[in-house]
Design a protein around this ligand. Structure first.
Ligand code: PLP
Length: 489
């Protein structure tokens, strides 16, 4: 493809992307294809001779789009949102145009310095303290691919720091602390690093948040039997229910254990710190006071298309001490002189995408005000959803709704024989199965909170309006009523 052909194909691509967004609402939210649909359609080997780009582009429309679940659909309420924006999308396009692995400052100075700038902008946007700023020259922020990779990086740094402070410790005694509600990133970090993971219990009466007293008890018992907990992965906004661990209590416990790293994963909820009124909800003060690291994903609720996971540490040397591998060919005069950051030492890979560009595009286009407006819109919409649930006697909230997430279920009618938890779980599994039959109209996901089966409704797609929520609720309610009628029969 030459430049003129690229220009033509590029215009067409933008046109088609615009049409895609303009018709999003009429598309099925969840892809309706069957397993193997593409595997059985596409040839088993790459073509011997190059094909015409127009045909390839047409095949994207014809073959690929039907197999896409539309995360940007206004009736997408599953998992957590990936709130996209055109500005972010264009940022990614420009970033691809310079096709740059951006691993060291010299590899492209703009990529490194822009990342430092946007990470400081974002730290300020979210109210993080000065010790997290790149400008402090001690702490700093880095964009990781995912929060899961960020957690692995944190565990590697935490392990190195722990071993430095406790040189007699044996690696096999090290333990990562999570809770039963921590995202799989904790378990995965343990698998990758070959370390034990201990999921601390949380209680329904504490809204599934980790308490300091639980941590203290387990920690003391583990230390007494020779175990070496070296990192606590706490969460603000758990995946199942949006639970917020008791960060102040945890911080106080860890004050007596300075070699244990304190990480706060707020992959979904953290961007809400952009609004000052939600900072106390997410216990930002405790993060600023105690945490060694903090993570939030721009690529969830933060208007930047996947991938852009923001990770801040209060001391960058723990990352670089643990991850710096510098063969001769990677040495540069500027890095040797200590004048620049080489982000290759802050993450798992060597090469890295130029992700700061899309974050810059989004933050400049929206401004603090526009970003806050987006977050507040999702939270207001969730209040509307909560009111609908509360108004419907067939349903109940399972936990206190947090930010833009509601966890709810069908309640067992008083007239029904009391089958306890299994019966109400069964009822809700039936409801969920019915809703999945309407997955062209809406998509929400289920979860288990301890032994309770519930439905999650997560708002945040950029195009979700109150009218969409009303439409979705109508469907949930009608199906809930149908399940209850079946029960009576
Ligand atoms: N942490 C929490 C609380 C999450 O809800 C999720 C995903 O939903 C993650 C981490 C994982 O994020 P990522 O896909 O960036 O690894």
């Amino acid at each position: 493809m030459d430049i003129e052909a690229f220009r033509k194909a590029g215009y067409q691509a933008i046109d088609r992307i615009c049409d895609y967004y303009a018709t999003m609402q009429d598309r099925p939210v969840v892809s309706q294809v069957q397993p193997g649909y593409l595997l059985e359609t596409l040839p088993e080997s790459a073509p011997e001779h190059g094909e015409k780009f127009e045909e390839i582009a047409d095949d994207f429309q014809k073959l690929i789009l039907p197999g896409i679940t539309h995360w940007q659909h206004p009736n997408f309420y599953a998992y957590f949102p990936t709130a996209n924006s055109f500005e972010g999308l264009l940022g990614d396009l420009y970033s691809s145009s310079v096709a740059n692995p951006t691993f060291s400052w010299l590899a492209s100075p703009a990529c490194t310095e822009l990342e430092q700038v946007v990470m400081d902008w974002s730290a300020k946007l979210f109210g993080l303290g000065d010790r997290f700023l790149c400008k402090s020259k001690v702490g700093g922020g880095v964009i990781q691919t995912t929060a899961s990779e960020g957690a692995v990086v944190v565990c590697v740094a935490a392990r190195a720091r722990y071993m430095k402070m406790n040189p007699s410790a044996k690696l096999e005694d090290l333990v990562i602390y999570t809770t039963t509600q921590t995202h799989s990133l904790g378990t995965k970090a343990g698998l990758i690093l070959g370390l034990d993971v201990r999921a601390l219990e949380v209680k329904a009466e504490d809204e599934y948040a980790l308490r300091g007293s639980t941590l203290k008890e387990v920690l003391e018992a583990d230390l007494a039997r020779g175990k070496r907990p070296f990192v606590v992965l706490a969460t603000v906004g758990t995946t199942s229910s949006g639970a917020i661990d008791e960060l102040e209590e945890i911080g106080e416990v860890l004050r007596d254990h300075p070699s244990i790293w304190y990480h706060v994963d707020s992959a979904w909820a953290g961007v809400a710190f952009a609004c000052p009124e939600f900072r106390s909800v997410g216990k930002l003060d405790a993060i600023n006071k105690y945490a060694d690291s903090f993570c939030t994903n721009f690529h969830k609720w933060g208007l930047v298309n996947f991938d852009a996971s923001a990770l801040w540490v209060t001391d960058r040397t723990y990352l670089t001490d643990a991850l710096d591998v510098t063969p001769e060919f990677l040495r540069t005069k500027q890095h040797d002189a200590g004048l620049v950051v080489d982000y290759r030492n802050w993450h798992l890979g060597l090469g890295r995408r130029f992700r700061s560009l899309k974050v810059w595009f989004v933050l400049r286009s929206y401004g603090v005000e526009g970003f806050q407006k987006h977050i507040r819109k999702g939270i207001e919409a969730n209040k509307h959803f909560v009111a609908l649930v509360k108004k419907s006697p067939e349903f109940e909230l399972v936990t206190t709704p947090i930010l833009a997430l509601t966890v709810f279920r069908l309640a067992l009618p008083t007239s029904a024989a009391d089958g306890g938890l299994p019966a109400v779980n069964d009822l809700n599994r039936k409801l969920y199965a019915r809703l999945m039959e309407h997955s062209d109209k809406l998509y929400l996901t289920q979860t288990m909170l301890n032994d309770v089966f519930c439905l999650r409704f997560a708002i945040g797609a950029q195009r979700t309006e109150v009218a969409h929520i009303d439409q979705a609720w109508k469907l949930v309610k009608a199906n809930g009523q149908a399940v209850l009628q079946e029960l009576e029969r």
